[in-house]
Design a protein around this ligand. Sequence first.
Ligand code: C2O
Length: 593
Amino acid sequence: MATCRVGFITTSACPVQKERRLRERRVRLVPPRASTNSNNNGPTNKFSMDRRDVLLGLGGAAATAATVMTPGGIILPAMAAPFAPPDLTKCHTASTGSPPGMDKCCPPYSMVDIVDYDFPRTALRVRRPAHEVKNDKAYMAKYTEAVRKMKELPKDHPWNFYQQALVHCAYCNGAFDQAGYPGVLLQVHYSWHFLPWHRYYVHFFERILGKLINDDTFTLPYWNFDVKEGMTIPEIFTSDPNSPLYNEKRNIAHYHPELLDYRYAYSCAPTCSNKTGDELVQANMSYIQTTFKNSLQLPELFMGDPLRAGEPDSRQGSGGLEGIHNGLHQFVGPAEGDHTDMGNFATAARDCVFYSLHANVDRLWHLYRNFRGNRVEFDEPDWLDSSYIFYDENERVVRVKVKDCLTPTKLRYTYEEVPIPWMGSLKVQKTKETERKQELNLVTISEFGTQPRELGTAPLRVMVTRPKTNRKKKEKDAHVELIQINDIQVASTGPARFDVFIAAPYGDLAGPDFGEFAGSFVKLPHKAKKDEGVAKHKGKKTSLKLGLTALLEDIEVEHAEKLVVTIVPAGGDVTLGSIEIKLVKADSPRLIG
Ligand code: C2O
């Protein structure tokens, strides 16, 4: 059998090449260009080189503007509002979302010198899929040994496994205020910080593990949950209860061979998608494909909304990738109680699965960038100059910026190329309705109205007017059509979820079929601050945005003036403020079509 070289790994076949040959080019996505060249310091793509120049140019401009010093010691242009690292001396009890006894997330150091991260110059490390490494005995021995050592470190050592997990709790459950904004909690979920922060977090965790076993080629395996072989909780984490990779606090009913359901929610378990076997695999892949296809033109749909310094994490919406990831957290964590460990952010990183889940989330972001020709997602200093701090493998507290993590090779890792079956070969799942239009049971449905509406247990169906029909290619290049659900409030502190479906109406009537799946709102349990109470927590509003341009073409309803929007609740006490379909200026022209 032919061999092919992928980074440092020589595999026995070139799956990705075969995949490319076989791929039905129904959707023309720019093929991913995951770097496989070990000496390369970034994508060789011409476009990305140009972006790099732009980034350098930005840095220059910032340096000449009036500056201010943040408490984290960062010099910022006076008008800019990128996130600054927290003031370590002001760490407090994490009171949002932590289950009892889990609210002490402060790092074991406070008065330290923070230095700029000295980016590694080590050889490129290649992350491999978890379902593949399970048969690599030598690798598994190293990985297990590294985690064992990490768990055995003194409890207050910053490298200690559980200390590392607390870093996640600190940044998610409100152990810090934003630097310079007392009372505004620091939060790295639900916004454009989600992907870069977690990229760095996994990076440092991985390098510490490598250091513990003296191996500067060590990588974490990624949970390749977007291919069939990866659609179970990886067996490396479940097969041996005595392994350091094991965690007791999980939903063991979901262990291999139970298939992952992206639409899993506690309230509809075990059959949220109502599918099993290959149909479920197909539905999951279709979910991922929809998420990509409908967000390529507007990164906030994929990555989350902007969140600038001083802003609370209240109104912004998460990106589509974060939503999928939330569902996986819930799938792993126990279905009861406070869902610790994986089902609750305060404790999620106490489970090794966490880092592999995030490695794949990171890989999907990497693919997303590649599909977009490595175009920068948010070309503004408020994102690019945002900085975080971490404890590195040289035992220093280091400062890193978003703009320095956009290319994994700068962090000296990449991903082994594997087939991407959801990329181009999926058929749109045509609904029953579009197959047989004749014998329909049509029902009248109304518009959303001006008052907030509570989601009960039955689906909510409303008619929503589109701003424009039959849009031309040029218009689609310039503006993204999206559905926006505003002022989503979750009254309880538990998990919540709903799924959104889109169909064309028949005049003012709706057919029985909900139509095409557009995306989901997924919230992990998050307890209100003690002094905040549930009522006030309910005041916190968020939004959900889902791209529709490609989806409407797929189901051939470009002509429709109105759409039937069906919201299928799957748990939680949820109120919606309003629903609108609108056109938003695209960040880039269409990349598929
Ligand atoms: Cu910080 Cu998977 O969450």
